[in-house]
Design a protein around this ligand. Structure first.
Ligand SMILES: [Zn+2]
Length: 117
């Protein structure tokens, strides 16, 4: 069991180095959700799996490697992003099942996730 945990730990570190390194090297700008990783772990239920995903470490590694490679790193507050029009900034409520963004002010249309991004 100890060997399995050690193997998993090594694979996690390998992943936490390689993927941020790839992104920082390949792109000029990376924007991520300003994720409250500590708050995620403190939520009730299945916190061990969320802790195992090491989101906080991943984001710190990504920021560090972006700084090293000269890549812009921006953490975006996600609050209200889904409602906000990417074209004009007008906010419009829509239920979760509506997957398309259609702005009532400027007519901009896009996939809901693409608009939020
Ligand atoms: Zn709009």
């Amino acid at each position: 069991m100890a060997e399995r945990h050690a193997d998993l730990k090594q694979k996690r570190w390998d992943f936490l180095h390689k993927l941020p390194n790839y992104y920082a090297h390949e792109y000029d700008l990376l924007t991520v959700e300003d994720l409250d990783a500590k708050g995620l772990v403190e939520l009730p239920g299945n916190s061990r799996n969320r802790a195992g995903a090491a989101w906080g470490t991943f984001l710190r590694m990504l920021e560090y490697k972006c700084d090293r490679e000269g890549t812009y790193f921006v953490a975006v507050n996600p609050r209200g992003r889904v409602k906000e029009c990417a074209s004009c900034g007008v906010s419009a409520d829509k239920p979760l099942w509506v997957r398309e963004h259609s702005c009532p002010a400027c007519g901009f249309e896009a996939d809901r996730d693409a608009n939020a991004a």
